[in-house]
Design a protein around this ligand. Structure first.
Ligand SMILES: [Zn+2]
Length: 309
């Protein structure tokens, strides 16, 4: 008798436990959004779009911040420690944070999204051998692959809500398809020989490859190496020779270098104008249209085409 009662009690207890797990645990979990940290704004934006209310995204780098030179503050390190998932671009974009990410890897899910792009679709760095160009967001179809990587990561981490992530990802991917189409259409307003984009640093090579522009940056693919006098002279010769109408400053790079190029072009008898400011490695201010990925890319193509055509 005694044994049977005990068995009965145990089985009641297991049932209660199962009941609690099924109904109470997920509820408690559902109330708390997943804490996510992302580095560049472009990436925070994708995570927020795919994650919706299930995630709380802290972006480390705001408007005007250069990720090549960015060092983590003490506050950032605290945020990174508390995060449940860390997304970063990788491919050495956040060059001065690589060590921190490597250390964090042991305790937090750490995802360098750029490394999910097939190697064959990446551009190799012309200067740093064995490295790839990290500015993948400028080919919208590559950024769609990043969106899928973010969705997969969230589904894996929080499987119960995978359907929601999938739905949101599909909606965002559709917007990106329209964005890609918009850029292609606008680019065709300029004749092929005028489709030359000169900017402060080499952030636009993926843009050039995808939308058929010749691109020239004064500094290389990282702003860590300063432009020398030879770079200015060569670029000025090129601009004067091709009678390029406009060159562009970037919101995350000091504009003095591009101004120096403009002066040098002038001394060669050609007046090139500053076509405006592009958002290259950082988005615009939070809350503005340019403070979103779609907004910054739209701003860029409109600024480029309106100045060059
Ligand atoms: Zn850059």
């Amino acid at each position: 008798m005694y044994d049977i009662n005990l068995k009965q009690k145990l089985s009641n207890f297991s049932f209660l436990l199962l009941f609690a797990m099924l109904f109470f645990v997920p509820d408690a979990y559902a109330d708390k959004p997943i804490k996510i940290v992302a580095t560049i704004g472009q990436l925070s934006d994708v995570v927020a779009n795919v994650g919706g209310e299930r995630v709380k995204v802290e972006g480390l780098m705001g408007a005007g911040v250069d990720p090549h030179l960015y060092k983590a503050s003490e506050g950032d390190v605290r945020k990174l420690r508390e995060a449940q998932i860390i997304f970063y671009n990788g491919l050495f974009l956040e060059a001065k944070m690589e060590d921190i990410f490597k250390k964090m890897q042991r305790r937090v899910k750490t995802v360098p999204v750029g490394e999910s792009i097939p190697r064959a679709e990446l551009l190799e760095s012309e200067v740093f051998h064995g490295h790839f160009d990290p500015h993948i967001w400028f080919d919208v179809t590559l950024w769609q692959k990043v969106t899928i990587k973010v969705k997969e990561t969230l589904c894996e981490f929080d499987n119960l809500y995978c359907k929601d992530y999938e739905k949101r990802a599909v909606e965002y991917l559709e917007k990106l398809t329209q964005l890609d189409q918009f850029i292609k259409t606008r680019a065709l307003e300029i004749s092929k020989d005028q489709r030359i984009l000169v900017t402060a640093h080499d952030a636009f090579r993926y843009f050039g490859r995808k939308y058929d522009f010749q691109v020239k940056g004064l500094q290389g693919i990282s702003t860590q190496s300063e432009a020398g006098i030879n770079d200015v002279v060569n670029l000025a010769d090129f601009i004067a020779e091709h009678k390029i109408k406009a060159i562009f400053i970037e919101s995350s790079v000091p504009e003095r270098n591009i101004q120096a190029v403009r002066e040098a072009v002038k001394s060669r008898g050609w007046d090139v104008k500053i076509g405006g400011e592009l958002f290259s490695d950082a988005m615009g201010h939070e809350g503005s249209f340019e403070g979103t990925y779609i907004g910054m890319v739209t701003h860029n193509i409109n600024t480029i085409v309106d100045s060059l055509k």
